[in-house]
Write a protein that binds this ligand. Structure first.
Ligand SMILES: [Cu+2]
Length: 123
């Protein structure tokens, strides 16, 4: 007789526990943006990290350590920074939705030829 009472209670408890577990899983899957520093110089890019998992949102801190203005352009993604003056800083937020190797360039005329071409990997 006692089982008839306990069984429904156990089912309700199991549902409550599993819904909490699901909520916890959803909370952890919303990850904070990855922070990456890019040092721009005359005439190169240096990334503090060169790849991220697909789906990542990255906040790039861009530091121009050169003597002329530079920017960063993730070719094919539509994401590029404004021009950054020598000694200046900027940030750029990008969500990488597709796997692949993205070409990275500086849009200032002739800077690609001088060496400002690199790549960033989405795995
Ligand atoms: Cu440049």
């Amino acid at each position: 007789m006692r089982f008839r009472f306990i069984a429904p209670v156990a089912v309700v408890l199991a549902l409550v526990v599993s819904s909490f577990a699901l909520a916890a899983k959803q909370a952890t899957s919303v990850t904070a943006p990855i922070k990456i520093t890019v040092t721009l110089s005359d005439y190169a890019f240096k990334f503090s990290r060169a790849s991220v998992p697909v789906g990542s949102t990255v906040v790039f801190t861009l530091k121009n350590a050169g003597t002329v203005q530079h920017n960063i352009d993730f070719v094919g993604t539509g994401k590029r920074s404004a021009l950054i003056a020598a000694g200046g800083k900027s940030t750029l937020k990008v969500t990488f939705k597709k796997k692949g190797s993205i070409q990275v360039v500086c849009d200032v005329p002739r800077h690609i030829q001088l060496g400002m071409v690199s790549s960033f990997k989405v795995k």
